[in-house]
Design a binder for this molecule. Structure first.
Ligand code: NAI
Length: 514
């Protein structure tokens, strides 16, 4: 068996692993990365990127159907959807991104090994050939043909997570689909049943509905996106889901499903049984999407022989440098704990490479932004009002500015939603920003910087934002929180610079800038 020695061996080439490997190589460390499926991981291949491609396409269709006629375009007849062509385009986006990762790794002299990784000891990793899989890794010339042994001074676990299954719904990607199968549907289901009203269920459910599927979402708790987003932001999305034709059943726990009687003549392929607020209810579905959360891949790669400790939910325990209980083994990304977000993984990837490279770094991010790509998008940084209070900020200033009062949003015909700011009432330090509205995903970065810099409301309000842009809503939300936004009427009117309108909400009085 061939044996090779490295400074750093990264296991898993997702947005945590590949970023870590590149940074390690930039620092002059001899680095190898081991991957069993795709370069770019779930995110680039079967997660964030393909779902954004599908969401973009569905949004485009929706705009053609709903906005184009209003703007003077007449589109003759019904717009036809070629699902296979759409999938081909989506795949080309993923291939471009994954190909880019390959070039970046090679350009930085990172060695890529495709195969199944399994620890032999805390110092040695065996990589075996991939059997019976048809992934890009298995088909690549870099795939190992016989087992090899990798010794490394440092290992970085970046093995990610996988979907959770619930009793009665075994994911086979034919009848019951995970996000991977859902993103690869080459025929639009007439009726789609989504189990789980969280991130994935709502992102995928929304775009399938816009493409024309009849979508029902079953959510076990009493709210969509419970504990994942500001409840006021969720209300805006819930209204839009209804408008798009998505049926939402709350307090609905999916129990079982069976094929519907009547074969091809049946109203749908399957009948799903759920307990809705204590009563048994049946739902028809042609495809069942099971999106009830993800679990860390810490039970794989024979990790147990290394002595690395896990917490009670199966995440690898790490310290502020992302070191595990075994000092030369690090863990980053989904396998190392919440939030399971690609940008958190990449941030940790750079951190760990620099720690291994001898830099004195710790994880000290004040906030990890979150984005839910629903319609309109939800994005957040920092604390909600409840969280701010729980962290000792008893007196808060909270203000909102509606997109309906922003000229750019009006010209885009995307006026639903608002920017909401939570600040400490005494110091005016920004504690949280919650956006629901157009381009919330792109707008939130300013809020992240504000929170990282310890900015006050005045810093945001006195920063000149270009006109006419969606970004002006951040400035005006800060002004609204201080009580004197220009483009909404705030009552009672405050003296200049004195926040009279804490908690005021101008959403009812949008007066649009000409
Ligand atoms: P999730 O944790 O976001 O939501 C799962 C939902 O399923 C919960 O609301 C839960 O109450 C519900 N549920 C559980 N069992 C159920 C049952 N038997 N019947 C009905 N409902 C049930 O999980 P999801 O959507 O699978 O996403 C997993 C993770 O992936 C997210 O937490 C997030 O970290 C990441 N992700 C991030 C995205 C982004 O950043 N835009 C997009 C997609 C995923």
């Amino acid at each position: 068996m061939s044996e090779q020695n490295y400074d750093v061996c990264v296991v898993g080439a997702g947005p945590g692993g590949y970023v870590c490997a590149i940074r390690a190589a930039q620092l002059g460390l001899k680095t190898v990365i081991v991957e069993r499926e795709f370069l770019g991981g779930v995110c680039l291949n079967v997660g964030c990127i393909p779902s954004k491609a599908m969401i973009t396409a569905a949004h485009f269709l929706h705009k053609m159907q709903h906005d184009a006629p209003e703007m003077g375009f007449s589109i003759g007849g019904k717009i036809q959807l070629d699902m296979k062509k759409l999938l081909g385009w989506k795949q080309s986006v993923c291939d471009k991104m994954s190909g880019g990762v390959n070039q970046l790794l090679k350009g930085n002299s990172v060695e890529i090994v495709f195969g199944e990784a399994s620890f032999h000891s805390a110092q040695e990793l065996l990589v075996s050939p991939l059997k019976g899989t048809k992934t890009p890794a298995a088909a690549s010339p870099g795939a190992v043909k016989s087992p090899i042994k990798i010794r490394a001074k440092n290992f970085v676990l970046a093995t990610g997570s996988r979907p959770i299954e619930i009793p009665g719904f075994k994911i086979d990607e034919k009848e019951v689909l995970s996000s991977t199968g859902a993103l690869d549907l080459d025929q639009l289901p007439k009726k789609t049943l989504v189990i789980g009203g969280g991130y994935i269920g709502l992102e995928i459910g929304s775009y399938l509905a816009k493409l024309g599927s009849q979508v029902t979402v079953l959510e076990a708790s009493e709210a969509l996106l419970k504990g994942m987003a500001d409840p006021e932001c969720v209300q805006v999305v819930a209204r839009k889901l209804k408008k798009t034709g998505v049926e939402v059943q709350l307090k609905a726990k999916a129990k079982s499903y069976k094929k519907m009687a009547g074969g091809a003549k049946a109203a749908a392929a399957f009948e799903v049984v759920a307990e809705v607020a204590g009563q048994e209810k049946k739902f028809a579905a042609d495809k069942i999407l099971c999106m009830v959360g993800r679990r860390p891949n810490s039970d794989q790669a024979n990790l147990k022989v290394t002595g690395v400790q896990l917490d009670d939910r199966g995440f690898v325990k790490v310290n502020e440098q992302r070191r595990t209980s075994v000092p030369h083994i690090y863990a980053i990304g989904d396998v190392a704990g919440q939030p399971m977000l690609a940008h958190k993984a990449s941030h940790e990837g750079v951190l760990v490479a620099e720690v291994i490279g001898g830099q004195n770094r710790v994880y000290d991010a004040k906030t990890v932004p979150s984005v839910i790509f629903v319609d309109p998008e939800i994005a957040a940084a920092g604390w909600t009002e409840e969280e701010a209070k729980a962290h000792g900020h008893q007196e808060l200033k909270v203000g909102k500015f509606p997109f309906a009062a922003n000229g750019r949003a009006v010209s885009m015909r995307e006026t639903e939603g608002f920017v909401k700011i939570v600040a400490d009432a005494k110091t005016h330090v920004v504690l949280g920003v919650h956006i629901v509205g157009p381009e919330a995903s792109n707008l939130i970065s300013e809020a992240v910087l504000a929170i990282e810099m310890g900015a006050r409301l005045e810093d945001l309000a006195l920063t000149i934002h270009p006109h006419p842009t969606l970004g002006e809503t951040m400035m005006e939300a800060a002004e609204a929180t201080l009580g004197h936004a220009i483009h909404i009427i705030q009552k009672p009117l405050g003296k200049a610079g004195v926040g009279a309108g804490a908690g005021s909400n101008g959403a009812k009085n949008p007066s649009v800038r000409a």
